[in-house]
Ligand binder design. Structure first.
Ligand code: PMP
Length: 369
């Protein structure tokens, strides 16, 4: 290894996800069901607000904690959701990823354990290791529900944080209210930090989104505009939680990201006024279509949120199955990128109906062969 490279970077690699990118790059016009972002474009009013901000000279640094009017609009929503949380502060960060980085840097010392579900969002284990922490995964196969007893059993005297993600990437599964309540209260009682990654909270298809913050006023919530408003490239997210933790995260943001891009923050302010219900209805229909089309052919836990389905691969390897799919020009993601198991694969249904139809045909054929 090059002598300039820090030891910290050796604790994790990105070869799995790179392999998928390489496979994708070799395909010409694939049936692409691998993408983790909506297939609709950023709503026009949001684009206009950001363009207006640029043209009117709002191009400098914003305050580290974010443009005041955006913070106020978000804080108002948070106060409405948690009227009894006396000590909840909010700031704007560079995407949910930025918020996750700051949360880990603020709270994780070398040797601290961070508990999260397997399958998990690809970034979680690497972020924990980047800070010298130890990822402790809780297997949630076969139905991907959160089991509070399994979480409790994974906790040791080194556990610093429990990290939840509902609706989840890569499974689309949402945690039930009872499970979230049990985990939230357990974390409070054990004085363990509870971080809730709520980036898919807008994509909730049956019933209403529930946050563990409802049951634990110390929960650190991380959310953002990437998925809800198709703004993945704009890098705007936000974090709210206990003021002491938020002020440390802000100190770190000051000396790292500085602030989220100012014009994008003005776009995000407009985004808080946009009605997403037609997109959510559209995605519910896509979910219903793909589950109905595949459930006779694959073992599937019907997702109630996000825009992913996580079927079990026929045969003994998700990775081998994905190779077969790619040979048929269908791009999907092997589950071993998100898991210590190589048994499943991820389909993103954030695609046009025509692409979904073509993808389903290939998947049915592969299941039969
Ligand atoms: N958390 C989860 C669970 C995600 O799936 C993603 C994006 N794939 C992120 C965080 C990061 O999103 P952002 O663009 O806001 O950094």
């Amino acid at each position: 290894m090059h002598p300039w490279i820090s030891e910290r970077t050796e604790a994790f690699d990105s070869s799995g996800i790179r392999r998928v990118f390489d496979l994708a790059a070799n395909l010409k016009d694939p049936i692409n069901l691998s993408i983790g972002q909506p297939d609709f474009d950023v709503p026009d009013s949001i684009k206009s607000a950001a363009i207006g901000a640029i043209e009117s000279g709002k191009n400098a640094y914003s305050p580290t904690q974010g443009v005041a009017s955006l913070r106020e609009a978000l804080a108002k929503q948070v106060v409405q959701a948690y009227p009894n949380h006396q000590d909840r502060e909010l700031f704007v960060c560079s995407g949910t990823s930025g918020g996750l980085v700051l949360a880990m840097l603020s709270m994780i010392n070398p040797g601290d354990e961070v508990v999260f579900m397997d399958p998990y969002f690809v970034m979680y284990p690497s972020l924990v290791r980047m800070c010298g922490g130890v990822p402790v995964t809780v297997d949630c196969y076969p139905d991907f529900s959160i089991d509070p007893d399994r979480i409790a059993a994974a906790v040791t005297d080194k556990t610093k944080m429990i990290l939840l993600n509902s609706p989840a990437n890569p499974t689309g599964v949402t945690a039930d209210r009872e499970a979230l309540e049990a985990v939230a209260k357990f974390a409070k009682q054990k004085e363990i930090a509870l971080v809730s990654d709520e980036i898919y909270s807008s994509f909730f298809y049956d019933g209403e989104f529930v946050s563990p913050a409802e049951f634990n006023s110390d929960t650190i919530v991380i959310d953002g505009f990437s998925k809800s408003h198709a703004m993945t490239g704009w890098r705007v997210g936000y974090v709210h939680g206990p003021s002491e933790i938020i002020s440390v995260m802000l100190k770190l943001q000051q000396y790292s990201f500085v602030c989220a891009p100012q014009p994008a923050q003005w776009g995000a302010l407009e985004a808080t006024k946009v009605d997403l219900s037609s997109h959510v209805n559209d995605y519910r229909q896509k979910r219903d279509f793909i589950c109905a089309a595949l459930s006779d052919h694959y073992e599937i836990s019907k997702p109630n949120g996000a825009f992913y389905v996580y079927p079990k691969a026929p045969g003994d390897s998700g990775e081998k199955f994905v190779e077969r799919a790619i040979a048929e020009n269908l791009l999907i993601v092997p589950g071993n990128i998100f898991s210590s198991r190589d048994s499943h694969f991820r389909i993103s249904f954030a695609a046009s109906d025509e692409t979904l139809q073509r993808g389903v045909e290939v998947l049915k054929r592969l299941a039969r062969s």
